[in-house]
Design a protein around this ligand. Structure first.
Ligand SMILES: CC(C)(COP(=O)(O)OP(=O)(O)OC[C@H]1O[C@@H](n2cnc3c(N)ncnc32)[C@H](O)[C@@H]1OP(=O)(O)O)[C@@H](O)C(=O)NCCC(=O)NCCS
Length: 130
């Protein structure tokens, strides 16, 4: 990760690492991965936020974007979510992240109107009911 892009102190990085360890170590977190010829090219995490509600995080490798990888990851996650009786998907996205907002809009996520300040501008919450 290019840490210079984030204006974080070492203490804040330690908190981020700890939170990631918690998420990845939790048996409740479900991870979907996309591979191409053995390379990891994308991942989607589904993290429980409340009963029947999961928060989603997704990322596709630079150079492998705009080829439907994220769309495929969401399709796999949607199948799992229905089986797991998840009723709502939530995600937080930077308002300025046009690629992600375009993707989520296409997938049927709705802007809740909720905004909170983020390190790189406002962050909005989008949801999708299943
Ligand atoms: C956002 C991201 C996950 C999209 O992944 P992807 O595999 O490229 O997405 P897809 O190929 O499935 O794209 C589906 C749709 O998303 C939108 N989209 C994706 N990349 C876009 C871009 N650079 N500009 C505008 N729209 C874009 C388009 O609507 C696209 O459909 P189209 O190609 O038919 O126009 C990827 O750009 C990424 O990893 N970005 C960095 C990490 C990030 O921002 N994660 C989200 C944090 S909330």
């Amino acid at each position: 990760m290019d840490r210079d892009r984030f204006d974080r102190s070492e203490t804040e990085w330690a908190a981020v690492r700890e939170r990631l360890r918690e998420i990845l170590g939790s048996e409740e977190t479900v991870t979907f991965v996309a591979e191409e010829e053995g390379d990891l090219v994308g991942e989607l995490l589904a993290v429980p936020r409340a009963p029947g509600v999961v928060g989603i995080g997704v990322s596709v490798a630079d150079g492998r974007r705009r080829k439907g990888v994220a769309t495929a990851l969401f399709a796999a996650a949607a199948v799992w979510a229905r089986d797991a009786r998840i009723r709502e998907l939530q995600l937080d996205v930077q308002e300025a992240n046009e690629p992600a907002r375009s993707l989520y809009g296409k997938l049927g996520f709705i802007d809740t109107g909720r905004r909170r300040p983020g390190e790189r501008g406002p962050v909005l919450t989008m949801t999708k009911s299943l």
